[in-house]
Design a protein around this ligand. Structure first.
Ligand code: KIV
Ligand code: ZN
Length: 541
């Protein structure tokens, strides 16, 4: 058996952190990640020290399959998991994507609640038990590490839930998960559920109990922590708490609660807390989902003290008003790093230190951007460099269009007008002039027309990456073309330049997607051909 599957048996206080940012988190409304971005996030999750990365739902689309496969091939360290329904085709597809990783896990699920079985799966309890036994044992014939989830566990009849879990363990499940799929439970109730499973399921000692909470009532983290206190030893969570509807339990909150209140929980994780801030930032930037300022642990105000009495206390002794040190989560002062005179070698070393080693063309491009930034900005710190790196995480393949130059005229008495010059990868030069409601609108229109895309700009946001007058602005845009939405982003000291980069980033993603019709037609998840599970939608996960 995979040694880590039994880790809690070796250390009963150890909690397994199962990160599902790339599967459940990616189901968040508006989250759009391409394969390159998913691989980048998976690498960062490995640096963060999570135990399991749920990389996707391999059968749900060709894109998901490829993302799981690439992560399985390229990311070493954590267990890599793919979701699958209790169907042979799903399990085969998950295994196909995972099999090159030394530590694969197949995660299969079916619902345990009558409401789901009747309306969603159109199955009796007996059929559901049979499918559980058959498919868990089929998955075990392929992979030693199999997780079983009894979806909607918190609205299921307890005796039946225990029966289903027992059947799954008997068939070979090494982890059993009891999700609060609709975010309905309360801490007391969830604790009781874990204790009941522990006392009623005869073979429960052969598996690890996992919990998975959604945040519809804002209780996801509290419910998860209570379940851990009651004996669960795996917790499923996402960075920044992103996910379906109100999201999932936030990884950073769970980890920091266990870390800060060690005296109360007496549980530990393998997470390197100093990587939390950076991971949060990366997920927010790449998904285009901002983090609210007052968000626990990773919000921009999480360590800010505004009122006089608090500031006074902080100056006298930080512990008066601070239970965690910003540095523990990798936030706070960013080091002054490189400048105008720094060479390529020092820059490359810095990238390595930040956990993003780059080589070849990517290194050249980022170094060039860094030098340009040094001309505009006195102080270039880690945050600025991270921003440049995230800018380099393009869509798949090389960018089709490059911005040669732009010019904008604007003012309160003139119609904002932009001129852009793009160079296509085949060398064609495309020049376009367009007017708009404002300067950003004008440049976006000019780029869209030059490249020949009729797009809609659905969302636009700008954030300061660092502080000071010459701070870099990071622009994030949601752009729609033929019903597809992508996130474009760009950073620069000038907001219009950052907007140009962000919009072109989105256009390049569309350009690299190939034929749109072809892609949706070949996506089996979008076809309603799943036999007994037909009609199941992502909304139920
Ligand atoms: O919320 C849920 O029930 C899930 C399962 C598929 C694990 O995401
Ligand atoms: Zn879920």
């Amino acid at each position: 058996m995979n040694p880590d599957v039994t880790a809690p048996a070796a250390d009963p206080r150890r909690v397994i952190i199962f990160d599902t940012t790339l599967r459940d988190g990616e189901q968040a409304p508006g989250a759009t990640l391409n394969i390159e971005e998913k691989v980048e996030i998976a690498r960062q999750l490995a640096r963060l020290g999570v135990d399991v990365i749920e990389a996707g739902f391999a059968i749900s689309s060709q894109g998901d399959f490829e993302a799981v496969q690439r992560i399985a091939r390229e990311v070493q360290g954590p267990i890599i998991a793919s979701l699958a329904r209790v169907r042979k085709q799903d399990i085969d597809r998950a295994w196909e994507a995972l099999k090159d990783n030394p530590r694969p896990r197949i995660h299969i699920f079916i619902s345990a609640s009558d409401i789901h079985l009747k309306h969603l799966f159109k199955m009796s309890r007996e059929e559901a038990l049979k499918q559980t036994r058959d498919m868990v044992s089929y998955a075990r014939s392929l992979c030693q590490d199999v997780e079983f989830s009894a979806q909607d566990a918190t609205r299921s009849e307890l005796d039946f839930l225990c029966q289903m879990i027992e059947a799954a363990i008997e068939a070979g499940a090494t982890t059993v998960n009891m999700p609060d799929t609709v975010g309905y439970t309360t801490p007391d109730e969830y604790e009781k559920l874990v204790l009941t499973v522990l006392s009623q399921v005869k073979n429960i000692r052969k598996a690890i109990i996992s919990v998975h909470c959604h945040n519809d009532l804002g209780l996801a983290v509290s419910n998860s922590l209570r379940a851990l206190k009651a004996g669960a030893r795996q917790v499923e969570c996402t960075i920044n708490g992103i996910g379906e509807r109100a999201g999932n339990a936030a990884l950073e909150e769970i980890v920091m609660a266990l870390h800060t209140r060690q005296d109360f929980f007496n549980l530990n994780t393998r997470v390197d807390t100093t990587q939390i801030h950076r991971t949060s930032r990366m997920v927010s930037t790449l998904t285009g989902i901002p983090v609210q300022p007052n968000k626990a642990v990773v919000g921009s105000n999480a360590f800010a003290h505004e009122s006089g009495i608090h500031q006074d206390g902080m100056l006298k002794d930080r512990r008066t008003y601070e239970i965690m040190d910003a540095a523990t989560v990798g936030a706070g002062e960013t080091n002054l790093v490189l400048g105008k005179h720094s060479g390529r070698h020092a820059f490359r070393k810095k990238l390595e230190e930040l956990g993003h080693p780059l080589e070849g063309e990517e290194l050249n491009r980022t170094f060039f951007e860094f030098k340009q930034l040094c001309d505009k900005k006195k102080v270039v710190n880690d945050e600025d460099i991270l921003s440049l790196i995230l800018d380099q995480v393009q869509g798949e393949g090389t960018p089709t269009y490059r911005l040669e130059h732009f010019q904008v005229t604007t003012g309160d008495k003139v119609v904002p007008t932009a001129t852009v010059k793009l160079v296509a990868s085949d060398g064609t030069v495309l020049t376009q002039v367009a007017t708009g409601d404002g300067p950003v609108d004008a440049v976006c229109k000019a780029i869209a027309q030059a490249a020949g895309y009729e797009t809609t700009l659905a969302e636009f946001s700008v954030n300061a990456v660092s502080s000071g007058e010459d701070a870099m602005g990071e622009v994030t845009m949601k752009v729609i073309y033929k019903g597809r939405t992508v996130t474009g982003r760009g950073a620069a000291t000038d907001i219009i330049a950052a907007s140009c980069k962000a919009f072109l980033h989105a256009i390049n993603k569309f350009a690299n997607m190939g034929s749109f019709e072809e892609e949706s037609g070949s996506d089996p998840y979008k076809r309603d051909d799943f036999g007994p599970l037909a009609g199941i939608s992502r909304a139920y996960m």
